[in-house]
Design a protein around this ligand. Sequence first.
Ligand code: FAD
Ligand code: 2HG
Ligand code: ZN
Length: 472
Amino acid sequence: MSFPDKQLEDFISKLSNILDGRDIITDQEIIYPHLQDWVGNFHGNSPLMLTPRSSEQVSKILKMCNEKNIKIVPQGGNTGSVASGIPNGEVILSLKKMNKILDLNPKDYTITVEAGCILNQIQLAASEVSRHFPLSIGSEGSCTIGGNISTNAGGISVLKYGNMRDLVLGIEVVLANGNIVNMLKKLRKDNTGYALKHLFMGAEGTLGIITAASLRLFPKIENKVTAFVSLTDLTTSMNLLEILRDFSGELLSSFELIPDIGLSIAIEFGDNIINPLVNAEQWNVIIEFSDTKNNENAKNLMEAALQHALEENVITDAVISDSIAKTQNIWKIRKAIVEHQPKLGGEIKHDVSVPISSVPDFIRTTGDKLAQYLPGVRPVPYGHIGDGNIHYNVCPPIGYSSEAFKEKTKEIREIVYGNAFTYGGSFAAEHGVGIIKKSQMIKYKDPTELTIMKEIKNLLDPKEILNPGKIF
Ligand code: FAD
Ligand code: 2HG
Ligand code: ZN
């Protein structure tokens, strides 16, 4: 999208009636970090960034943009994985200065926050009143709740608490025409017709700007028990999951797959990471139990479950952390895979999901198909398999040129997404569609569903001023 100088000047002068000068930013050095996604898929451009401080300001900005047909890209922490917050010439609307906690009510188990609150800020606020906000993702120090809701973020605790959508009680949204819709109720039960709030969750900023949210809180977690376990085989991961659930019920909060190649990446490139098991096998799992009681119960149940899994030949070895340092070391492995995987000569990311019981079969057959297509290719399937979400990332064969590997992106994507589809899976489990997966929307989404989505978009944003070119 191009923005003629005259139109930009005119727009900026009118904006000064709405925003403080500090919140109208044209300095490209300040704008620069907002133009690049962390995956490095996309580098955009924008002549202007606005940083409103209230819903009323957002409303006035949108009203003016709608009248003048000026396109907007909402942005929170810019940690999204599918370039859905990256502008292509549009104005950036950053919510980061709207970062107040509006209400914290431990009795109701709710917190109400502005959309620009950093996820970590909300976790800490909840913890201070002996409550727990359970969304937990690697970017929690910089992503915002508005971005979390707009991507319906997942993370490492979904199997216990659900996705972001399950944690939202209400939202406030500013529509493309500037109207503010107040759906900020803090109710668990509210069956008053269509649950419109859900339309905006996972909409990636294409239907409205989320300006505030009421969120569910849970009892504070007083005790976490973390284990690193080697599986006898990938297929036994599902037996292990069942055993853990049988033994611990609701205590199981994380079940993350770590393949040996992921472990090697972490040890080679990570910061002082120690292999928790000298005889780690090809497939390993990080397990976490979270308990609201600070006693021996969670540890005892973990020991009993893993002992049973050993006897049943489901696992070959296990270590339960007995110190903060060891727990940190285990989770550092998980984080290091995300950070250092590109060092294997490049990576092609896939955030897919399949029914939980199909995870082992899906991983195996995808690997076979990839190896047939490109012998020596190195898949790194890891992550949230306890909820059926696999980050099926793929690295090139040893010594293969990264450029040549990049050229195979389309074919490799089709192998992984196509195989997920045959298992009844999704090509976009927790990161969204953005720019990166638009062609898969056409290929894999039910055509009628897609038509209805476009009709909703047209109803709420007929001039397509909100995040154009994303999702569709
Ligand atoms: P942004 O990247 O700024 O925006 C994301 C989308 O939301 C864009 O479409 C944007 O236009 C829109 N948007 C942002 N704010 C608003 C608003 N207020 N109103 C309307 N639209 C808005 N994701 C997971 O799901 N699970 C993980 O485990 C996970 N781990 C990660 C680990 C790392 C190291 C990193 C870097 C990212 C990870 N992510 C993960 C991806 C990312 O952090 C999430 O998608 C997050 O929810 C994005 O939040 P954000 O504030 O950065 O949003
Ligand atoms: C995670 O689970 C993130 O750490 C990022 O969702 C996964 O893209 C990835 O590799
Ligand atoms: Zn993830």
